[in-house]
Design a protein around this ligand. Structure first.
Ligand SMILES: Nc1nc2c(ncn2[C@@H]2O[C@H](COP(=O)(O)OP(=O)(O)OP(=O)(O)O)[C@@H](O)[C@H]2O)c(=O)[nH]1
Length: 609
């Protein structure tokens, strides 16, 4: 009886299946049921025993050829595929082993991301981070000890119904993602609730229900603030949630609001949110003294703004909120604009990158359709939605330059449960290039090559034939091992190589620090929605902030606040690596943030892997 492999011919009776979906379609109902009963167990066994090189189709064909007898199918698969060495496999005794076998085992372990016994990294170093990071520590500990590498292909599969991309780009609506930042109680949730409601993204019935609920607990004004949370709750949740997104559409553009749950008082979540946003909407409470307390004392507004700037967010839209509470006072608006403007300039935003919109999230004036009241007779500029549309057009034109002749890169933000065997459903953001149904992609770090079966977009999750840079889409993937996919994983064109290096060179800029930064310092490294313990291995040089090619000092013992430097960083977590990219490969994915003791100490660009 013939078994499937890349090289073998099939048994004459069975057609030459292109992929698993085709095989599933070939089965009659009874066979399909039998496959579904036997396949998960056998697949699990292949994974647990660390067989490599096989795929779902191979397992299914083995079952089919062996009349759905799992033991017989396993016996045949064992003949075809080899096991990969894992940590529990005892290394050969040193005296009996060939000269370089220990090195080989270590290398094999490295490939599998398994911490070797010889590894003297102290993963607990980073435990001195403050309590803020406690839940994350737990998550790291709970993660599986290995990343199983799967079958990787390098020859791309063509789209099922190819689209003329240049033509598509001429007419495609721009897409803009934005994160809402601001001090506690600055009116962020009310503003977003108002926006979604006025735009028609929330049904009136739902708002009525929320209003009733909020009034019943004496917090009538909260119904708008609850809209975002309710939308998030109703989504089908996957195993990991790092950020939530809400989509809405206007005549001129598509938008995604990025919401990092709990980011209000938890900077790491704000980092995750900012990392997925093209622009930041900064909500400022213009109420008497409220701005001053948010801006001067707490500093959250400042830290968020600095983070946004250093993470490639190049536009800031200032929602001058709660203007109703100061009777739409022009002088109050001017006063705050002056103070904040000076700070934005210090951070590196120039005038053309900042928009100021007076509004009231509560009444809706200045948000979308509601007109300003008579007292506001001094501002004739666009409202919040028109401002967002303007920026979407500018950035959309820019994004379209990064669609053709560049690799497809996609950050997975959420893994959504799927009931189907071998189907993974993921949501995330296209970081560069484009994707169409039928194309193959590889997911890192598990290196599994999968087929994009469907692309879903927008609030209604409608099917689309293409997604391009900047789009937030859900991908339905076939031939996948969903159990080995996590939020933070990276998808890439199959002919694009993503490096798995644990050590890399970083050009970084230090923030205000309490203590100097020494070689060996343990830190938490944030890249997009993932974070990993890391260590500053070497301080290579101090460079000029404006021109990093100018070395100011090459023997560096420590780094102080506000310095630009080239350093070597090592990821000390061996359990699961971050697929890294250089800054020159992708401006977004090649950026990291470093935190220590609950404070952001530096941001950086990955130079070399
Ligand atoms: N006067 C006035 N009050 C507002 C406005 N927007 C929000 N508020 C009130 O300000 C308070 C805080 O609003 P939220 O929307 O919950 O603020 P937030 O920034 O999301 O709050 P956190 O999530 O706690 O950071 C609530 O009591 C709101 O009713 C506004 O435009 N005008």
């Amino acid at each position: 009886m013939a078994y499937y492999s890349d090289q073998d011919d099939y048994n004459d009776d069975i057609p030459d299946f292109q992929d698993e979906a085709e095989f599933d379609d070939y089965l009659n109902d009874e066979e399909y049921d039998l496959i579904n009963q036997t396949f998960p167990g056998l697949k699990k066994k292949m994974q647990e025993d660390n067989y490599v090189g096989w795929d779902n189709l191979a397992v299914k064909l083995a079952l089919f050829d062996n009349d759905f007898d799992s033991d017989a199918a396993f016996a045949s698969l064992r003949k075809q595929f080899k096991k990969k060495k894992v940590a529990s496999t005892p290394a050969p005794a040193p005296q009996a082993a060939p000269k370089n076998s220990a090195k080989k085992v270590t290398e094999d372990l490295k490939k599998l991301n398994i911490k070797s016994n010889n590894d003297d990294d102290d993963d607990d170093d980073w435990l001195d981070d403050d309590d803020d990071d406690e839940p994350r520590k737990k998550r790291h500990e709970e993660e599986e000890a290995t990343v199983i590498h799967h079958k990787k292909i390098t020859v791309p599969k063509k789209p099922r119904n190819p689209i003329d991309i240049p033509k598509y780009l001429e007419t495609a609506k721009p897409h803009l993602s934005f994160v809402v930042l601001g001090h506690v109680d600055a009116g962020k949730s009310t503003l977003m609730g108002r926006l979604l409601y006025d735009i028609g993204a929330v049904e009136t019935g739902k708002i009525r229900k929320l209003k009733k609920e909020s009034e019943s607990i004496g917090k009538g004004s909260f119904h708008l603030a609850w809209v975002m949370d309710q939308t998030a709750e109703e989504r089908e949740r996957g195993v990991t949630v790092s950020i939530c997104t809400s989509d809405f559409e206007t005549q001129d553009a598509n938008f995604t609001i990025v919401d990092a749950p709990g980011h209000r008082d938890f900077v790491p979540n704000a980092i995750a949110g900012v990392s997925q946003a093209d622009v930041a909407v900064l909500s400022i409470d213009c109420g008497t003294d409220a701005f001053e307390s948010g801006f001067d004392l707490d500093g959250q507004t400042k830290e968020h703004t600095i983070l946004a700037k250093s993470m490639d967010v190049n536009y800031i839209i200032v929602a001058m909120n709660k203007m109703d509470s100061v009777n739409w006072s022009e002088s109050r608006f001017i006063d705050i604009k002056k103070k904040l403007g000076a700070f934005f300039n210090d951070v590196g935003f120039n005038e053309s990158q900042i928009r100021w919109v007076p509004l009231s999230g509560f009444s809706g004036a200045g948000v979308y359709k509601s007109p300003y009241p008579a007292e506001q007779n001094w501002y004739n500029g666009p409202n919040l939605v028109s401002t967002l549309e303007d920026v979407a057009k500018i950035l959309g034109t820019e994004a379209k330059k990064h669609v053709l002749d560049v690799p497809f890169l996609y950050s997975i933000l959420e893994v959504i449960n799927s009931k189907k065997n071998d189907e993974a459903v993921v949501s995330g953001r296209v970081e560069s290039g484009s994707i169409q149904p039928g194309e193959s992609i590889t997911i890192y770090p598990s290196e599994q090559s999968v087929i994009v079966d469907k692309i879903l977009t927008g609030r209604e999750k409608e099917q689309t034939n293409i997604a391009i840079k900047g789009d937030f889409v859900t991908l339905k993937l076939r031939q996948a091992f969903p159990e080995d996919i996590r939020s933070g994983d990276l998808c890439a064109s199959v002919d694009y190589e993503v490096n798995a290096s644990q050590t890399f060179k970083l050009q970084m800029l230090t923030f205000k620090m309490n203590r100097p930064l020494l070689p060996g310092t343990p830190v938490m490294l944030f890249r997009g929605v993932v974070e990993q313990p890391a260590r500053i291995n070497k301080l290579i040089s101090v460079v000029d902030k404006k021109d990093p090619s100018v070395v100011l000092k090459s023997k560096v013992r420590h780094l102080s606040s506000n310095q630009a430097a080239i350093v070597e960083v090592e990821l000390t977590e061996r359990k699961r690596q971050i697929p890294m990219l250089r800054f020159d490969e992708n401006k977004h994915l090649g950026r990291v943030v470093l935190r220590k003791d609950g404070r952001t100490i530096a941001t950086g660009k990955v130079l070399d892997l």
